[in-house]
Design a protein around this ligand. Sequence first.
Ligand code: FAD
Length: 499
Amino acid sequence: MSRSSRIHPEGTPWSRREFLRTGGLAALAAGCGVRAGADPRPEIVQTAGGTYDAVVVGGGIAGLTAAFYLSGLKIRVLEREAGPGGRIRGGGGARGEMARATYIGRPYGALKEIIEKLGLEPWEIRAPLEAVFRDDQILYGPDGLAQLLSERSSAADFERFRSEVLADAVAYQDIPELDFTLPAARLDDVTAGRWFADRKWPPVFAEYYDTAARGRFGASLDDLSALALIPEMAFGLGGGTGDVAAPGAASGAFTFDGGLTALTSALAGWLGDVFQPRSRVIRVSKPDIDYRVEYADSSGKIKSLRAKFVILAIPAAEALAVDSGVLKAEARRLLDTVAYSSSAAVALATKESLFGRAFQLALQDGGAAVSLRDTSWLAGAREPAGVVGQSGTLVVQTAPAKLGEADWAGLMDDDLAKAAVRAVSRVFPGLPSQLAGRQVVRFARAYPVMSPGAFRRAARLNEVCDGRVLLAGDYMIYPDFEAAADSGDFAAEKVRELI
Ligand SMILES: Cc1cc2nc3c(=O)[nH]c(=O)nc-3n(C[C@H](O)[C@H](O)[C@H](O)COP(=O)(O)OP(=O)(O)OC[C@H]3O[C@@H](n4cnc5c(N)ncnc54)[C@H](O)[C@@H]3O)c2cc1C
């Protein structure tokens, strides 16, 4: 969820897009393309369909949004998988359950336009959205968090903390203009861990947010820049969202029946033949004035499309893998510094709904941070009378203690499922006897890590890639669905300006 839209629910939306627009439209440079001419490889491809105005690589929300804003032009979206949606792609088992439990902030900007155009109906998840488990106690919403942090420090410390975070969050709204002389922009230079230490907050504050950050992003306070955490913290503290702890009150979080995949599927449907699944792009080159996008179709046959513009709406590492010299050296260097956290989602089906008191619960279990999403809470929001006694699914997103921890990657699915059951049993001791099934899905690249300098890097990537090969994706703005959509909108806008 785009944190800032959560901070100002009914006010002006996040102005990140304005910043991007400013940067993007100012420079009508030749773009990232650096190497026209000779291609040393033998010709192994067949060319189809003439020259496209734009080929979008990747059918996640970033690529689909780009295509939406390019409609009317001759375009194509090439997607590796059988369906759209990228990381939140639905399907069977744990993947489908995880997708069902995804949500966004109050729709605005690109997503709002798309939702309206497609006639979709997002609905608001009931409050309290978030809860925290500490010392055998579940504390709900911002009030629960306030209680926890005040009791472990002092009411005065907590109040000072809350007002500083909310003030930083307001300043953060201006960062999208990316004037790095703004004091708030300097929060991009330090880790969140350093921020807590420098401001001498009671240790319990950092301890709590470390669990929350790892459950949410798979990255610790020492991995993330302070700037990446500020909007997260502000939302959890109830910044601007009203009384989100009150039962039935607005949570500021929205979803669809089926989760966010309802949106990506509808969008891909709306695009029709423009969306081309089972087409894994293997190489983007520039043999002459146009680009050549080579891809393997479902039978493994290599095909190619010619395009005036290419939008790489795929994770940074994958953009590097398909680039055949069309990206500038600086862009390649910057892309190479984008790290991703990994995570696993374990879907635990239960005979009866076990939680049903909030949507999301953060807890720590030994070295692992766990973020639990309760799909029966969503069902309850749709049919308020019918939650208790219904079967439910707890989706347990679990992340390693440290970014890239080798032991964790080596765990078998069964070990991860056991760990999830153990962690959740601490909160709900009745879980083992209630368990009706468990399934695991792993995300090797779950979230781009907004480490110190990540916001500056995104700004620079936007400047560098401002020509005919454009980058889009959540790493270009912020690791969530809305930001990824914004990045696609922005890339499309550049194409429209330049074409
Ligand atoms: C478990 C989990 C839960 C999440 N929950 C939420 C949530 O509730 N709310 C929220 O706002 N955000 C959530 N996020 C984050 C959100 O899913 C991402 O930020 C967003 O989906 C990123 O979209 P994208 O288009 O940038 O990238 P992706 O979704 O990764 O899309 C990239 C697409 O490109 C395709 N692709 C890659 N390489 C190639 C290639 N060579 N050729 C062709 N296609 C290729 C991929 O198959 C994929 O479809 C969650 C993430 C995870 C992992």
